[in-house]
Design a protein around this ligand. Sequence first.
Ligand code: NAP
Length: 332
Amino acid sequence: MMRATQLVTTGDIRTVDVPIPEPASGEILIKVEASGICGTDRHLYKGEFPSVPGKILGHEFSGIVVDSGDTSIAEGTRVTCDPNTWCGTCDQCLRGRVNLCKNNIATGIHRDGGFAEYCAFPASKAVKLPTDLDPLHGAFCEPLACTLHGMDMGAAKAGEKVLIIGGGVIGLMAVQIAKRAGADVMLLTRSADKQTLGLNTGADHAVGNEESLREVWPDGADLVVECAGVGATVAMSPKLARTGGRVVILGVLPQGEQVPVEPFDLLFREIQMHFSFLNPFTHGRAAQMVADGTISVAPLISRTISLEEAAEAIASPPLKGEVRAIVVPNGG
Ligand code: NAP
């Protein structure tokens, strides 16, 4: 048996004893080293995101292969897990839009995930990490892969003004990607601590509101990347793009929430708006960037917790100033 944090049903999450899973054909068994608590886990708990009762949550995780099953991945390999298993046969998969797969099976939502001592996982979706990597860092590959997809869409050019809204994990990684692209980068986030973190991880400017932004960039940004997932910031994003500019929305709003936009303004200023979903073909690049330190993830770790603490942490809002809490299922 093992310990695992299970979403029994909406509003009921517990750390319980369950059998250690047996890897099916094509699967490996992973001893989980680190599993990040994402806002989506809290949405799943609250019923704001469709869930499957009884599943073990956790979709941002990495660990060590302890049973290769019938695959060729060697035991002892450290891997990061791309949680999205596309079907490969639906019309979206066949046109290469795999993140829009109608039959996607997301580990940690539709099948048991990484808030557990062990996880049986498809070998084809595991990406190798170096054995000397800090075990906690592997948990950042998944959010980085999603951020990379959005930043690919935004296609920041060297010298452009890039505004990142929201100083959470996604925003702070977007800051680093934009800086690596040679952009002039501003982070807009309310808390002073996260502004400081942004400046320390590559932002050239950090502000707490639109007025402060306008003092530095009166005409707005060439590219605005919304990473807060709040109606007010989604509504604000096109207004903060300069005429002829681009917007990428990465933040997730609750289903059904409406946001005011002014089509006249978008048309006459020809603002391009993009929406970025999941991590199509970006997990390998993310693993490489975490492995070689291109993206600095250590400053994004706010605390580590045990599986016994995970259920309460998911059922509660993040602590003040928290960027990422990492569950360490097998002890530190
Ligand atoms: P997070 O930890 O909640 O970070 C969002 C940050 O936005 C907060 O830390 C907050 O910092 C800031 N914020 C909130 N309201 C704001 C406002 N009015 N003005 C400026 N900043 C504001 O979330 P995350 O993990 O980084 O994820 C960001 C978003 O991306 C979420 O909506 C998440 O669901 C989404 N996401 C999308 C994908 C995808 O595939 N598209 C993948 C993963 C995550 P302050 O307190 O400093 O303001």
